[in-house]
Ligand binder design. Structure first.
Ligand SMILES: NC(=O)c1ccc[n+]([C@@H]2O[C@H](COP(=O)([O-])OP(=O)(O)OC[C@H]3O[C@@H](n4cnc5c(N)ncnc54)[C@H](O)[C@@H]3O)[C@@H](O)[C@H]2O)c1
Length: 247
């Protein structure tokens, strides 16, 4: 268990998959409030009520992170409910896989907008408060695909941008005791990998040293550690959670 007693967090893409697992783990570890920002508001609401049946600590907010104006409204709503945000998890993500020679600019820019512009919009909402309070955690979901993956030039570019952005934020915010780190999952059981054909997935599993796909809870455990006081001296890192798979 990580100690997140009294902390307030925002998890983007918190409606399902890794985001929902992270939100659940934060609450289990004592977080005072977790906002689930998701473009699917009904899903976020359903997940929030599953994680927190009493409806006191999990807050569902419909928000497309690539929409700057909507992000501003959503964070204002969270600030009114929680008073402050100690932890931001930039997790919302999509894939639009295609070989590059067939990739449309729309496929490229949709992925960049959600992952990279979304991270920018959300981080801008929390950084000032974290600097002033001299405490904060910004955790962003990268991927082992950042290091190259056939059919994912858009996603790989976005995930590499997330790593570079994080390393720079870490340098700029270190003196304020605000950390910025990335998690690079390999293949984890969520809907995002359901589009991968079964045969391809069997081949992928053979390349994973641990011989299995990871579970969302295994990524959530790392997020909880990075969000906790125990990780106060860890910043600018990109930590793989990939069963030994390098890329
Ligand atoms: N599952 C994996 O194997 C894996 C591996 C590496 C990295 N990741 C990354 O982890 C993150 C979470 O992925 P997941 O597997 O849980 O995916 P998922 O598809 O299960 O869940 C993604 C969630 O993000 C939300 N979302 C999508 N676009 C959004 C937007 N514009 N604004 C707000 N919410 C939005 C969706 O509604 C959904 O609830 C993503 O950034 C993904 O790239 C996943």
């Amino acid at each position: 268990m990580a100690n997140l007693m009294g902390k307030y967090a925002v998890v983007t893409g918190g409606g399902k998959g890794l985001g929902a697992a992270i939100a659940g783990r934060f609450l289990a570890d004592g977080a005072m409030g977790v906002a689930l920002l998701d473009m699917d508001g009904d899903l976020a609401a359903k997940t929030a009520s599953q994680l927190d049946p009493a409806g006191k600590k999990a807050l569902a907010v419909r928000c497309d992170v690539s929409d700057a104006a909507r992000v501003e409204e959503a964070f204002a709503q969270v600030a009114t409910a929680f008073g402050r945000i100690d932890i931001l998890v930039n997790n919302a993500g999509i894939t639009r896989d295609s070989m590059f020679h067939k990739m449309s600019f729309e496929q490229f820019s949709q992925v960049m907008n959600v992952h990279v512009n979304g991270m920018y919009h959300c981080a801008r909402q929390v950084v000032e408060g974290m600097r002033q309070r001299k405490w904060g955690r910004i955790i962003s979901m990268a991927s082992t695909s950042a290091f190259g993956n056939i059919g994912q030039a858009n996603y790989s570019a976005a995930k590499s941008a997330i790593i570079g952005f994080t390393k720079t934020l870490a340098l700029e915010l270190a003196r304020y005791q605000v950390t910025a780190n990335c998690i690079a999952p390999g293949f984890i059981h969520t809907d995002i990998i359901k589009t991968v054909p079964e045969k391809v997935m069997e081949d992928i599993v053979r390349t994973i040293p641990m011989g299995r796909i990871g579970e969302p809870e295994e990524v959530a455990a790392l997020a909880a550690f990075l969000a906790s006081g125990d990780a106060a001296y860890i910043t600018g890192e990109c930590i793989r959670c990939a069963g030994g798979k390098e890329k």
